[in-house]
Design a protein around this ligand. Structure first.
Ligand code: NI
Length: 163
């Protein structure tokens, strides 16, 4: 495994729509393993492949005290509710903001072994899934900021729950 370099705005890879993974092979599994290591080393709760410069539909997530989860070619099946949340992103260092996210979400996709999976999530996990799936479509949380007073400069050391 290896820690990969995280790409920051305004790198165009972050704005590209990522391509579907055609086959889940060893190279994709290696990418997942490296993304998990990179996420853990950065204290993130999620990471999307475009953030490491790979324009493919792959995300990894890890809730505090949970196991890492990989999701390939994920699609939103359903979302419901709305709540205001605090958010930050490893690709937008030095900032945090408040935006609206769904309360619950159902996502389908494939796991590291290529098995079809369906995830039902609420609250922080739903937020993390929406955040990572946005990355696959070239969207960032800052796009959801409704007014300038909802985006704040922060000390990089004080970042928490960064994705
Ligand atoms: Ni992010």
């Amino acid at each position: 495994m290896a820690v990969l370099a995280i790409h920051h705005l305004p790198d165009p890879v972050l704005r590209r729509k990522a391509k579907r993974v055609p086959a889940i092979d060893g190279s994709i599994q290696r990418l997942i393993d490296d993304m998990v290591e990179t996420m853990q080393q950065s204290n993130g709760v999620g990471l999307a492949a475009p953030q490491v410069g790979v324009s493919l539909r792959v995300v990894v997530l890890q809730m505090p005290e949970g196991e890492p989860i990989a999701l390939i070619n994920p699609e939103v099946v359903k979302r419901s509710g709305e709540r205001e949340v605090a958010e930050a992103c490893l690709s937008v260092p030095g900032y945090a903001g408040e935006i609206k996210r769904s309360v619950s979400i159902v996502v389908k996709g494939y796991d590291r072994q290529g098995k079809a999976i369906r995830i039902r999530a609420t609250e922080i996990m739903a937020q993390a899934l929406e955040h990572e799936l946005d990355h696959l479509n070239g969207a960032l949380y800052v796009d959801h900021i409704e007014s300038q007073d909802k985006l704040h400069e922060i000390e990089p050391e004080s970042e928490s729950e960064v994705r």
